[in-house]
Write a protein that binds this ligand. Structure first.
Ligand SMILES: C[S@@+](CC[C@H](N)C(=O)[O-])C[C@H]1O[C@@H](n2cnc3c(N)ncnc32)[C@H](O)[C@@H]1O
Length: 386
């Protein structure tokens, strides 16, 4: 991988053997992405697109035609097998040292002064319980051991670094840094939020950069998973970052009306159901103070992208346990913002670099404008006076 993952109090360490297994998975993933996935475009161009008299109307038509092809079946199978390998090797690493990680997390020194509150009674949404999202065993919310368990956080932190081939940077924060410094610092330099809430913060990868741009702000992260939050707390404290973490659902939080000047999420929406997505937007509206901003960062929507590229981008819906991926990417997020109360003139999209580096294009096609290497931000402002 391009860089080593930045060490902190709860990052699982790997033995030489484990690192060798990670390296094999990484090399295979890189080979499949850079050498085999582009061949799917060739199959489309040379063999399958000829079956269509006109340009296919949708990715679903492309999918029906492409899935009969042996090459496509092999490449998609390999991608799925490698995803399972990512989690297999990560589970081995985390499982070997979980008791130690749990102990370290529970007794981490509170250097930065952040807080953690858990709610054992919180109902985990059905859309997270129904399957292991992106094939990560135990999902985000489950607990693997009794007591102060951080397995879900440890799995996510080490596993997504391998999944992304290290392209999200040593602290996994390149996505958050891009939003914070390429969007908020550049486009809203006057914004000085007193309180910030990040929804679906997981282990805090995208949340921590906000402490750099807004050192005076009170910064909160919520998630439904106790294991990711315990891990996030220990991680942030050991990195000297003061954040407050709370186990709450983004669909309905316990914070009072108008409590925040900025409410954000980063790659949360595609993992929630259609109704949850509306609830989350409505909750943002409720939580924002007059003049406050909502910002949701996601991999760009499919609108305006050709049917073949959409088919490639929609792989995760069918083979990576991301059942809402395609539906979310078809949804007009700006319209939902308007539906929950934001005035149309206060709603917009912005694009920033995704932060991923080499091999950012997962479609196997040449870069397709907004489809590759970018994040789409849905931004809305609550009026200063209603
Ligand atoms: C892909 S991870 C997001 C990672 C993080 N935001 C980042 O940028 O690194 C999605 C997270 O959203 C959480 N999540 C899903 N539905 C949620 C909900 N209704 N309320 C709060 N968190 C939720 C999951 O538990 C998971 O930790």
């Amino acid at each position: 991988m391009p860089e080593h993952q930045h060490a902190h109090a709860v990052l699982p360490s790997a033995t030489l053997d484990e690192r060798a297994r990670e390296d094999i998975v990484k090399s295979l993933k890189r080979n499949v992405t850079t050498r085999l996935v582009p061949g799917v475009s060739d199959v489309w161009r040379r063999r399958v697109s000829q079956q269509f008299a006109d340009t296919p109307a949708s990715r679903h038509e492309v999918r029906q035609a492409m899935l009969d092809d042996d090459y496509v079946q092999h490449v998609f199978s390999l991608r799925r097998i490698l995803q399972e390998q990512v989690w297999d090797v990560t589970a081995e690493i985390v499982g070997r040292q979980i008791e130690d990680l749990n102990r370290r997390a529970e007794h981490v020194e509170n250097h930065a002064g952040g807080t953690l509150e858990l709610d054992p009674g919180l109902e985990i949404p059905a859309y997270l319980q129904a399957l292991d999202i992106h094939a990560m065993p135990t999902g985000y919310w489950d607990v693997a051991t009794e007591g102060y368990d951080v397995a879900a956080g440890a799995m996510y932190d080490r596993g997504v670094y391998l999944y992304a081939l290290g392209q999200s940077g040593p602290l996994g924060d390149s996505r958050g840094r891009s939003v914070v410094f390429n969007f908020f610092a550049e486009e809203l330099p006057e914004l000085r939020p007193r309180r910030i809430l990040d929804m679906g913060c997981s282990v805090g990868h995208s949340l921590l950069p906000y402490t750099e741009l807004y050192p005076e702000a009170e910064i909160w992260g919520i998630d439904v998973g106790p294991g990711v939050l315990r891990y996030a707390h220990a991680r942030a404290e050991s990195l000297g970052k003061k954040i407050h973490l709370s186990q709450q659902s983004a669909e309905r939080t316990r914070f009072p009306d108008g409590h925040f000047d900025l409410v954000t999420s980063h790659i949360l929406l595609h993992e929630t159901s259609r109704s949850a997505l509306r609830n989350i937007f409505a909750e943002c509206w409720r939580l924002l103070a007059p003049g406050g901003y909502m910002m949701h960062a996601e991999v760009p929507q499919f609108e305006g992208v050709d049917a073949f590229t959409q088919f490639m981008l929609d792989y995760d819906t069918y083979y990576n346990n991301e059942p809402f991926w395609g539906a979310m990417h078809d949804t007009d997020l700006g319209q939902i913002a308007i539906d929950v109360g934001f005035p149309p003139e206060n709603v917009r999209s912005a694009f920033v670099a995704s932060g991923r580096r080499e091999g950012a294009d997962r479609t196997g096609t040449a870069s397709k404008g907004k489809a590759a290497g970018q994040l789409q931000l849905t931004v809305a402002r609550k009026p200063i006076a209603n």
